[in-house]
Ligand binder design. Structure first.
Ligand code: G3P
Length: 217
């Protein structure tokens, strides 16, 4: 499974990229507002750090506006992935932009039929929002499973990008359900390494090593 960082924070992206952990980045208007940076400059910076897809979201609500914004954003770098919402106009924009060779991430997906439409429209990525479905008492992971089955049934090449990931368990479940990508907030990505027995074991090794009085360097 590929890891994307779900953030517009340049320092966080830099650290994760330096470890070779990142296959891409996703941003959205809320994350850009949180980072406080200039949108297009931020996207350009991220694209320099990460060779993989970097999602930049349009804000127009009509297809023509989305297409114009998408074309503008796509000029920033060859790895810009234009993110459009899962609306009728968003699907029109997806179809046009993918036809021009631009990668498109269709976002705000909350059911399997929406995902089917996105794949039919040629989306590079579909972004089902797991956490927001869980928030309203539904099962976000069930949606990933349904989309996986549908895409496999018809051999759709659209990649399932599990989004709105809030917990380490979401990451594991998305991997088990066959999501192609998980886009994860950096804090959650770092939390994947944690296990109390790892800490306990390391504590014991450190204490026993001290008893030997030896040094490696
Ligand atoms: O990738 C979409 C993500 O940023 C939304 O996450 O936690 O706001 O539902 P959240």
């Amino acid at each position: 499974m590929k890891f994307f960082a779900d953030t517009a924070d340049l320092d966080e992206i830099r650290e994760l990229a330096s470890m070779g952990l990142l296959d891409g980045v996703t941003t959205n208007p809320s994350l850009v507002a949180k980072s406080g940076g200039d949108f297009k400059e931020t996207i350009a910076e991220i694209c320099k750090m990460i060779p993989g897809p970097v999602s930049a979201e349009v804000v127009a609500l009509d297809a023509d506006g989305m297409i114009a914004e998408g074309r503008h954003l796509a000029k920033i770098a060859s790895n810009v992935t234009v993110k459009v919402p899962l609306t009728w106009d968003g699907l029109k924009a997806c179809s046009t932009l993918t036809g021009e060779g631009t990668m498109v991430n269709v976002t705000l997906c909350f059911n399997a039929n929406q995902a089917l439409l996105a794949a039919k429209s040629g989306a590079t990525f579909i972004s089902p929002f797991i956490g927001r479905l869980d928030d309203i008492g539904l099962d976000g992971m069930e949606l990933i499973e349904e989309i996986r089955e549908i895409y496999d049934n018809y051999d759709f090449r659209t990649e399932i990008l599990a989004a709105s990931i809030r917990t380490v368990n979401h990451v594991k479940q998305a991997a088990l359900a066959g999501a192609d990508v998980s886009t994860v907030p950096p804090a959650t990505l770092k939390a994947l390494v944690k296990h109390p027995l790892t800490d306990k074991g390391l504590e014991a090794f450190t204490a026993d090593w001290a008893k030997t009085g030896q040094k490696i360097l």
